[in-house]
Design a protein around this ligand. Sequence first.
Ligand code: HEM
Length: 149
Amino acid sequence: MILRSLPFATLAVLFSLIFIGGYVSASGVGLSCPEWPLCPQGFLPHQDFIIEYIHRSVAATTGLLVIATMAFVLKSKETPRGMKIASIIAAGAVIGQIALGAVVIVERLHSVLVTAHLGLGLVLFSMVLMTVVYLFRMTAKTTIPAIRD
Ligand code: HEM
């Protein structure tokens, strides 16, 4: 049951995170939290850095969701090999993306690193989307028996 909804939830949260990241970049508030991992007031949000605070909080949530999705996909005996591979790549990409986010801060928004952050975000999105497509195919096969490979 969790396997049927978790990848969709992960994709939705990740999609919102990419929007928030774009807003962080476009509005120039990327260094409003100049340290890593926490913002100046620790876990407490503040209006001076609220957008970057939200970006980091949603990134942490996304990381947990992507890793939980991988765990459920790997545990299930019904999931195809391609779905397992996509979810493993997604988990690797989310860990890399969070680490890269830290480097982006430490290196004060170096343009190459920010571009790599966008690129790896797209790889991550593609892998989570692929996991969802596999799930959709699995669900369609079990509910509509006429659908085959
Ligand atoms: C799953 C995790 C993450 C995803 C998918 C993600 C995605 C994105 C995206 C799509 C952008 C916009 C890039 C652009 O428009 O060129 C962005 C910007 C940014 N992200 Fe992330 N991000 C993640 C985690 C993090 C973390 C953990 C940090 C810092 C600790 C971080 C720091 C930043 C900063 C500072 C910017 C703005 C860069 C600038 O000002 O140009 N990100 N993120």
